[in-house]
Design a protein around this ligand. Sequence first.
Ligand code: DNO
Length: 346
Amino acid sequence: MKLTFRWYGDSDPVTLDRIKQIPTMSGIVSAVYDVKPGEVWSYESIEALRRKANDAGLEFEVVESVPVHEEIKYGGPNAARYIENYCENVRRLAKAGVKCICYNFMPVFDWLRSELEHHNADGSNSLAYDENTLMTMDPQKGDLSLPGWDESYTKEELARLLEIYKGVSEEKLWENMKTFLEAVIPVAAEVGVNMAIHPDDPPWGIFGLPRIITCEENLDRFLSLVDSDANGLTFCTGSLGASKGNDLVKMAGKYAKRIHFLHLRNIKITSDRQFHEVGHPTECGSIDMYGIARALCENGFDGYVRPDHGRMIWGETGRYGYGLFDRALGATYIAGLFEAIEKDRK
Ligand code: DNO
């Protein structure tokens, strides 16, 4: 496995030289943020990212995310053009040495939380989700916004999108997903890029919008839509783990070879559809991190790993979920976990 760290570019308060100081860190996970979703990324922007990473002694082999334009997801009139742009981005990124692309297929919203500064007993704070609170929020009033999102919409765009999606069932979303994969996966396979879909976070429908990358049954279906190694998963433990019905250890073992990217983080489930984010180790939350890592190692996982959201600790402020300190602690925990498991197996 290769340990990586998400970096949001020059505006990220967490600098590359600090990331480089985290033990065994191999590279960054980043994206081009200077173009609108759906457009082609310039060679210059991609190259600039690669150069900055390499100059800091880090690799740039993973992109998170190349956003999928909404028209692709709901099947709009320009879907084919946006899919062609997507393929072009895959080709361009491959040329710059990128080997794995993370993306998601969640309509309108990316990950969702109801609270950004949930106070924990130890004085830290973290992101939290409570469906009851979320239901009192109105996305059209701007009640929802997360600094980790790759894209955001104006109020008018949001209203228009929510209206359009009223006519998009889960089956329709599956169909559009298939159209997308049938075009993109052959291109990715040809240029040596692994596509890694991110599960829906949380893994159930919200605000009446369909969500399909949620559970084992649906992941089986997803992987068989285009049965190629290049069509793989981002296994995000905090996302899939929010649903008690998901047996993550079993799923990790089952999908190990198709998991190209691993997002490791832990959450504490406090009630049905209610959880908050905690430190990475198993004993901090509801997810069996050791069991997952072990199942992956035993079943041939050989992908990229990154610590996912961290808490805000030691007085750090910054991008919620994406500070330096707790993610760095997570990274060293992950490195230790894998070292122990791999040495044990030899
Ligand atoms: C949240 C992230 C997601 C992820 C996208 C992938 O912190 O895991 O925003 O990057 O869903 O497309």
